[in-house]
Design a protein around this ligand. Structure first.
Ligand code: MRU
Length: 320
């Protein structure tokens, strides 16, 4: 089943706010509904957001085809619905470039984005599983953060796709899914996906990660990205940076898995990325809270970046 697709003239997506309790498919027929789904994280994860961006422009073309101003405003709404994952704006812009050729061309471009993400997931799984085996030997003990599985892509996923591939090869050790406060993408979504895949796992609170690494319960940290900057700085779900520091201190590899569509060489460093600040009420109600949704892991803490086309060994001085 695809996390997001275009079906009979509208977007259909798995509503991730309902998981793990209910697997519910939501039909999205307007740009406003899509933007709401993006804000609420009903659809989330960098590759899935890229596809949402493409299909969002298709919705805009369908809704406002004859009205240039309304169309431009709708495309802008889609493009800027969330700022951090480069895939969203990139997907929307790519589809929008086909607007002069009409709705069918826009939809074809969005379909191509979807198909590219499906192919990228498969390529990353193979490359990433090969790399983890090379770095850690057989059956590595893995810690992952946030959700990087099929739910974050279309099928397959990024880092969790690598974990699944190792499992398929019979070469996966114990898996720890970092809870991912405050919206629990790890405890709700990654746990659900691992369960569906028949992979044993345990959930840990985010703060336990570095200690579990220090205690020898993790051989490798493998996770995704929302944007990889020109210098290799990696922007990903908040909590990633702490895991990278823990991995460095424990002397274990820290591997980022993301499609080329997440690599943004036009953004030189992590300091140049707009980090989404979300409502403090997601963290706790009744007291003030600060809620950055992402953080920046400096490139010198990243061992390697695996994309659908290459493995970049930052630890060996290779460049993005
Ligand atoms: O706020 P989210 O759930 O959209 O954040 C998602 C992440 O940070 C993922 O780790 C990232 O998009 C990589 S997904 C393959």
């Amino acid at each position: 089943m695809r996390t997001i697709d275009w079906v009979d003239g509208a977007i259909e997506l798995i509503d991730q706010t309902k998981l793990p309790g209910r697997l519910e498919v939501r039909r999205i027929g307007t740009v406003e509904e899509l933007v709401d789904a993006i804000h609420s994280l009903a659809v989330r994860g960098a590759p899935a957001l890229g596809v949402a961006g493409g299909y969002g422009v298709a919705l805009a073309a369908k809704q406002h085809g004859g009205d240039a101003d309304a169309l431009a405003a709708a495309v802008r709404l889609v493009t800027t619905a969330r700022p951090t994952a480069v895939n969203l704006a990139r997907g929307a812009r790519r589809a929008a470039a086909r607007l002069p050729q009409g709705f069918d061309a826009v939809l074809a471009e969005a379909d191509a984005l979807r198909d590219e993400e499906i192919a990228a997931s498969a390529a990353m799984a193979t490359r990433g599983a090969d790399l983890l085996t090379e770095l850690c030997g057989a059956a590595p003990k893995v810690l992952t953060h946030c959700n990087t599985g099929a739910l974050a892509a279309v099928v397959g996923g990024t880092a969790l796709g690598v974990v699944a591939e190792l499992h398929r090869r019979g070469g996966l050790g114990p898996v720890i899914a970092s809870e991912t406060r405050p919206l629990l993408q790890g405890a709700r979504l990654t746990a659900w996906e691992l369960d569906q895949l028949g992979i044993d796992f345990r959930v840990a609170v985010d703060g336990a990660g570095p200690f579990l690494m220090a205690r020898g319960q993790v051989d490798v940290v493998v996770l995704g990205a929302d944007r990889i900057c020109g210098n290799g700085d990696t922007v990903n779900k908040v909590g990633t940076y702490a895991h990278a520091l823990g991995a460095r201190r424990a002397g274990i590899p820290f591997v980022v898995v993301a499609p080329e569509s997440t690599v943004d060489v036009d953004t030189p460093t992590g300091a140049d990325v707009e980090i989404e600040d979300r409502d403090g009420a997601e963290v706790i109600t009744g007291v003030p809270a600060v809620n950055p949704a992402f953080d920046v892991t400096p490139c010198d803490l990243v061992t390697a970046i695996v994309t659908d086309r290459r493995v970049i060994r930052l630890d060996r001085g290779e460049r993005v």
